[in-house]
Each structure stands twice: as structure tokens, then as C-alpha cells.
Design a protein around this ligand. Structure first.
Ligand SMILES: [Zn+2]
Length: 98
């Protein structure tokens, strides 16, 4: 799994950070955490960004803005959005179809 490989990489970063921190006279564990968590946040952002692009979309009936399917209100005009009859394919699918 890619997740397992990532954990191994993050652990490597964390260990390297911890050792460097200790060599500089600081706490091993503080730098272990800092070095491990920062790449983790980077991955988390990448995962969230990807799922956002994969989200099914639909158009606001009032102003025509394309919203995410899970949005309860239109982000532009505030219209309450019913579950739509027609959805718009996710951005990722639109890209691969091109
Ligand atoms: Zn709207």
C-alpha cells in the first residue's frame, strides 16, 4: 500500500529530524515529532485536494454556479440546494475524458 510506504518515509524523516535535533543539543522527541508531522500534513493536504477534485458536482438552479454535491447551500447566492436530478462529473473525470 502507498500508505504503508509513506509511513516508512515519514518515520525516516522523523528519525533523521530527531537525530539532527539531538546532535544540536535539543530534544530528540520534539524534532522527531516536528519532522514526522510536517510531511504528514503535506500528504494530508494532497489527499484532501485530490478527493475534492473527485467530488461529484451540480449546478445551482438560481445562479448557475457549480457547487459540490455535498454543499447544502450555494456558496455564491446562498440558495438551499436540493439533491439534484442531474449531476456534473467530477473535475478529475472531466480531465481524463479530454
Ligand atoms: Zn447559487
Amino acid at each position: 500500500m502507498a500508505g504503508g510506504a509513506y509511513v516508512a518515509i515519514a518515520l525516516g524523516f522523523a528519525l533523521a529530524g530527531g537525530v539532527v535535533g539531538k546532535l544540536k543539543g535539543s530534544s530528540f522527541w520534539i524534532w522527531f515529532l516536528v519532522s514526522g508531522v510536517i510531511p504528514f500534513i503535506g500528504l494530508l493536504t494532497a489527499v484532501l485536494y485530490r478527493s475534492e477534485r473527485d467530488e461529484v458536482r451540480r449546478q445551482c438552479p438560481n445562479c448557475g454556479r457549480v457547487c459540490k454535491l455535498y454543499d447544502a447551500l450555494c456558496v455564491r447566492c446562498g440558495t438551499e440546494l436540493e439533491f439534484p436530478e442531474e449531476t456534473i462529473a467530477p473535475e478529475s473525470a472531466a480531465f481524463s475524458a479530454r
